[in-house]
Ligand binder design. Sequence first.
Ligand SMILES: [Zn+2]
Length: 206
Amino acid sequence: MSWVARGRCPHRAVSDVPTLALTFDDGPDRRTTPRLLDILAGAGARATFFVMADRAAASPELMARMTDEGHAVGLHCLEHVRHRDRDVAWVRSDTARALDALAALGLRPRLWRTPWGDRAPWTAALADEHRLALVGWTVDTHDWRGDSADAMFAATRAGLRAGAIVLAHDGIGPGARRDDAEQTLGFTGRVIDHAERHGLRLGALE
Ligand SMILES: [Zn+2]
């Protein structure tokens, strides 16, 4: 991954401002994602969306809006399965189909967060085949559990600093214990306030 967080500098350029990366998996979602984009736009914040290819294909207008507004789009998957539950041929096919679907939208992701962040022994080689950089996270909101925005913010606050990569979800994926991503929107607002207070830029991964 080429993205790096840079330290403070008294005469810093935009790229040198300490950066925090919000990332959202399992979307886009027609209910949540437009409102999330509104919240981010209102703050001048950028984020990274690791999308499910079928959901992206079903909402081309949302995908266009993401890129138009400066967010990064990475690959999550077509089918949301753990790599270690499948063989390499199966995941290679899933990945190729997902990338084809995104290419039809004019998208060529360079970043890949696998479902649940799960990696098989061959996942890194498969990423190389597709020129994708694997991306994990340093802060997990566990938002899929249905925790409140306040609880998620309190639990993650110590990790919300320069160089952090925050895992959240704008879509409802398999295993989620909530019906919507409403609390993730509230959490995002709290992170925006936190970033403003601490001089952090909310940037997209590159
Ligand atoms: Zn996921």
